[in-house]
Design a protein around this ligand. Structure first.
Ligand code: GLN
Length: 486
């Protein structure tokens, strides 16, 4: 099971070929993905062809400038890849093959990455466990009876299980960070507007951002440096210089001068004690490495959950209106045009998606708009101001990713609210648009990974990476691998 940087080095030195690397990934997937179900679509033949092409390119001048040349990567099934099915984990898009490729994926391809296939997700990225996928859940590689988190659970599990060294996910309310935490891998949610959403099937357009999973901050930084940047096809990408994160390879960089804020609102009743202890120990370690730690307050944190579920569902109800059985995917026939719409949407959307469309439509309806959606927007501004005020005092905020470690599959089956509470510590970053990085900092008594989250200023992913990288140079949690008994 190679990390991305290890794979890059061996490929560059000619010690392995991309064909060998891709074949090894495919063998592992064939042996173990029956049990894990990380992939919804695997393009084994295409991947081997791309690998041969990469091996040829390596001998050319062009190949020298391709940072991901020959490296296998998996893509969450809410991002389009021309010619590959894109289901978004939904029956309403079964059989849909998009005619275009998402900008972030195109950038990975241009950098030489090999696309292995599409990974499982909660339907339209709505969920925290992948159990809302219409194609069955993904299982956590650390314990097959547990959820991998969600909604990008397929990508997180694919990295944790050693199927691919890195994978793309998306994060609207925590869908990269929470599964990274549950699966013991490193996951970045960049600043809103840092990476293109062109070709990302929209859930909550003011919250969605493309993130990445890998085995370390250093690996995630390589992929992020490739896919971020302004895109003329997405007007919400910002006109800032592209991020090109270069991390020190020597374990010498001090964290001196970096101020870490510990928000008291994130260490509350309901947080598993082992999670709190491991996160506090990691913060202590960062202090030993030179960082300056102090307590801070994000007073509007308790409103993040209701605000998120009003805004995300409102945006989702508008975004998902396009799935009507006419333009994409299967159609259920009916007498009239409206019949076709109702039947297709009624039969092909799953329960959670229908629940959210109804909630969102209600929040946007005449007479209720100001009380719900309008009010939520105002409180969103207060949450954003909390972060602005804290980032005048400190450079990053450190806290748990989720209140618990991976829960058993089915634990929240009949309780959507309990599922929503899983995101309590990840939603604020999306509402404020700030970047967040999750990485492993320990294990609970059941042997399940514990994740910690760093949040930073807008467009300052670099400081998050610097801290996590230094921490990973000094510790070994990120190197632990699950034994998968299938
Ligand atoms: N779990 C949250 C939700 O269901 C976040 C999902 C996400 O980030 N895509 O909305």
């Amino acid at each position: 099971m190679l990390s991305l940087t290890q794979a890059q080095t061996l490929l560059q030195r000619g010690e392995i070929s991309s064909r060998e690397l891709v074949s090894a990934c495919l063998e592992r997937i064939a042996a173990l993905d029956g049990a894990i179900h990380a992939f919804l679509y695997l393009d084994a033949d295409g991947a081997l062809k791309q690998a041969d092409e990469a091996d040829r390119k390596r001998k050319t001048v062009a190949g020298e400038h391709m940072p991901l040349l020959g490296v296998p990567i998996a893509i969450k099934d809410v991002l389009t890849v021309e010619g590959m099915p894109c289901t978004c984990g939904s029956k309403i898009l079964e059989g849909y093959i998009p005619p275009f490729t998402a900008t972030v994926v195109k950038k990975l391809q241009d950098a030489g990455a090999i696309l292995l296939g599409k990974t499982n997700t909660d339907e339209f990225a709505m969920g925290s466990s992948t159990e809302n996928s219409a194609y069955g859940p993904t299982r956590n590689p650390w314990d097959l009876s547990r959820a991998p988190g969600g909604s990008s659970g397929g990508s997180a599990a694919a990295v944790a299980a050693g199927f691919v060294p890195a994978a793309l996910g998306t994060d609207t309310g925590g869908s990269v960070r929470q599964p990274a935490s549950f699966c013991g891998v490193t996951g970045l949610k960049p600043t809103y507007g840092r990476a293109s959403r062109y070709g990302l099937v929209a859930y909550g357009s003011s919250l969605d951002v493309v993130g990445v999973f890998a085995h370390s901050a250093a690996d995630a930084a390589v992929v992020f440096s490739v896919y971020n940047g302004r895109d003329p096809l997405d007007a919400t990408t910002q006109d800032v210089p592209d991020a090109n994160i270069v991390l020190e390879t020597e374990a010498s960089a001090s964290l001196e001068g970096i101020r870490i804020g510990v928000p008291k609102e994130y260490f509350i009743a309901g947080v598993q004690s082992e999670v709190e202890e491991a996160v506090r120990a990691a913060i202590q370690k960062m202090a030993e490495l030179g960082a300056d730690v102090r307590e801070v307050s994000l007073p509007h944190t308790e409103y993040a959950l209701p605000v998120y579920y009003l805004i995300a569902t409102a945006e989702a109800s508008a975004n998902l209106a396009r799935f009507d059985g006419v333009r994409y995917g299967p159609r259920v026939s009916g007498e009239t045009m409206w019949d076709v719409f109702y039947k297709t949407r009624g039969e092909k959307f799953g329960d959670e998606v229908r629940r959210r469309i109804m909630l969102g439509t209600y929040a946007l309806s005449a007479g209720y708009y100001d009380a719900f959606y309008g009010q939520a927007q105002k409180v969103r501004t207060l949450i954003r101001r909390d972060f602005e005020q804290v980032f005048e005092q400190v450079d990053v905020v450190a806290c748990p990713v989720a209140p618990t470690t991976a829960f058993p599959l089915g634990a929240h089956r009949n309780d959507p609210l309990a599922m929503y509470l899983e995101d309590i510590f990840t939603l604020p970053a999306n509402l404020a648009g700030v970047p967040g990085l999750a990485f492993p900092v320990g294990f609970d008594a059941a042997g399940l990974p514990i994740g910690m989250q760093l949040m930073g200023r807008h467009f300052d992913e670099a400081t998050l990476f610097r801290l996590a990288h230094r921490y990973q140079q000094a510790t070994e949690w990120h190197l632990a691998k699950p034994t998968i008994d299938n």
